[in-house]
Ligand binder design. Structure first.
Ligand code: C2E
Ligand code: CA
Ligand code: CA
Length: 509
């Protein structure tokens, strides 16, 4: 299979979102440009509404007070800062008498020639300053009272500011009358060339209050700006996503490579298998049973439980491991003689909750006479009551329990009593003392004496020399598990070993 190095994967995970975001930018730029145009139109609408509101109040208040004589009252009104909003550039009066005045003092050469085309609403009208000297026209609102006219030259600089945002020269605004034939009030704002650009777009709306029409145009400049923005944000988003993906990848990779991840993968791949170590009756030479010992088979590697069992227990992985092991043991049982038992190691959690009970129930109570369980006293059992209840229930089903590593923990004798266990396994630590003057040998002798007197079935573990077997035999311990007979082995090797063992024995007999 093609294996890509993790550096390459990281590089790909980092760069792909960036590349993707940049190409996606091409797709997103146009919708963004459209959106910006819509936004601009909405902004203009809103600005106009605000202007209407401000002007409405200012104009009506002023009109109610004008004397239309350019006298002190009129002058004060024209210069009153309350009516001088940001929307009014200048204001003035042109009187029937021919006199005129303005907020600047003298009347201005603004000739309000009320035109037939002007937008009229009652006495109000809207017209424009004449287009002179290549300057922009300004919108002029006026009020006609007989032959007197009050006018307000409106300040349109707001539209300039509005049109330069978010990018310079991206919009072009035309302000005209609804009727395209009428050209008196026609104000172009912004970059007019946009209107004739290829691929330009425009949005129009009518201002119902003053019957005018606004058209906003956008073209290349806005597209360019949108593309830039999309690329810029895409670069950030792509980089961020790249960093997240790469970090995620490394976290996942490290997790997978961590022991927990490896154990979980091993469970998923059914890599936990039993090795069997025979237990021999040294008197008769018969193989009475086997201990199933967990092995982790990773490819060609065979990992003994010492390397992972404590960690598996900590991480709550021992339960699925035992269930995987037990499944295999159940499947192997028919290949062993019907009078031979197989012992499976369990932990306190199996009995403190009903895990073992549930597991056996799931398998419809397999071979109670042949499956036995070893509970170590090396680790404390917290809930003795619950464990004892579970053991009783399973003993009632016909299953047997052994106390493993007897003498190495603290609860030994107490456990035997409260848990109702009738079999003990004498730990290798004590068997090792045979033939030495180790002080622990007295513990071995005391344990054997206790076992004999209380009618316990005893199995001695870890016997490596015949001398140890002989000593144990002399003291009444006949069941031996140790290298002196055989090391743990997989089922296929075990069947061969059993054949050889039988042949050897029938010859000896
Ligand atoms: P244990 O239950 O006391 O198992 C006996 C250990 O002593 C086994 O080690 C066995 O291979 C080793 N042994 C047997 N005879 C001899 C001998 O003559 N000389 C020497 N040097 N060693 C001998 P193993 O298989 O490495 O297992 C170690 C421990 O891991 C077991 O000790 C048991 O506590 C635990 N274990 C093994 N399988 C399981 C399992 O399925 N579940 C649980 N919870 N624990 C397990
Ligand atoms: Ca054991
Ligand atoms: Ca043991």
């Amino acid at each position: 299979m093609l294996r890509i190095s993790s550096v390459w994967i990281s590089l790909l995970l980092f760069t792909l979102p960036i590349v993707a975001s940049q190409s996606l930018g091409l797709w997103l730029a146009k919708p963004l440009a459209n959106y910006l145009l819509e936004q601009k139109v909405a902004e203009i609408k809103q600005a106009l509404e605000e202007r209407h509101k401000e002007l409405d109040t200012a104009l009506t208040e002023q009109l109610a007070q004008f004397d239309f004589d350019c006298g002190p009252t009129d002058m004060a009104l024209l210069r009153d800062p309350r009516y001088y909003s940001a929307h009014i550039r200048l204001q003035g009066l042109t009187l029937a008498s021919g006199a005129s005045c303005s907020s600047l003092g003298p009347g201005l050469p603004i000739v309000i020639t009320t035109h037939q085309d002007d937008i009229r609403l009652g006495n109000f009208g809207l017209t424009a300053t004449p287009a002179k000297f290549n300057t922009e026209q300004e919108l002029v609102a006026y009020y006609q009272s007989g032959e007197n006219i009050a006018y307000w030259v409106l300040d349109n600089s707001w539209s300039h500011q509005l049109l330069q945002h978010p990018c310079a020269n991206c919009f072009y605004l035309e302000f005209s009358e609804q009727d395209p034939e009428v050209t008196t009030t026609y104000f172009p704002r912004g970059d007019k060339t946009i209107k004739s650009e290829e691929g330009r777009r425009s949005l129009s709306f009518t201002d119902p209050a003053v019957l005018t029409r606004q058209t906003v145009w956008a073209g290349k400049a806005l597209n360019q700006y949108a593309l830039q923005q999309v690329r810029l944000y895409g670069l950030w988003a792509g980089t961020l996503l790249g960093v997240v993906l790469t970090t995620g990848y490394w976290l996942l990779r490290n997790y997978r490579r961590s022991l927990k991840g490896l154990l979980q993968a091993g469970l998923a791949r059914q890599q936990f298998i039993p090795f069997y170590q025979p237990v021999v009756d040294s008197q008769s030479g018969q193989v009475v049973g086997f201990e199933a010992l967990l092995r982790w088979q990773r490819g060609n590697e065979l990992i003994p439980p010492g390397a992972f069992i404590d960690y598996a227990e900590e991480q709550d992985l021992i339960l699925p491991m035992t269930s995987q092991l037990l499944e295999k043991v159940i499947a192997d049982l028919p290949q062993l003689a019907p009078n031979q038992w197989v012992s499976v190691n369990i932990v306190a959690a199996h009995l403190e909750q009903s895990h073992l009970h549930d597991l056996l129930q799931r398998h419809q109570w397999p071979s109670p006479a042949r499956l036995t369980f070893e509970l170590t006293e090396r680790k404390p059992i917290i809930d003795i009551g619950a464990a004892s209840n579970q053991i009783s229930a399973l003993q009632a089903k016909g299953y047997h329990f052994k106390l493993d590593d007897f003498g190495t923990g603290y609860g030994g004798f107490a456990y035997l009593q409260s848990l109702g266990i009738r079999q003990i396994k004498i730990d290798k630590m004590f068997v090792d003392t045979i033939g030495t003057d180790d002080l622990k040998r007295s513990v071995l002798d005391a344990t054997i004496a206790f076992g004999r007197e209380s009618g316990m079935e005893m199995i001695a573990e870890g016997a490596e020399r015949q001398e140890q077997v002989d000593y144990l035999q002399r003291h009444g311990v006949h069941l031996i598990q140790g290298y002196v007979y055989a090391a743990p082995m997989p089922l296929n090797k075990l069947t061969l070993w059993l054949l050889a063992w039988q042949q050897h024995h029938s010859k000896a007999a």
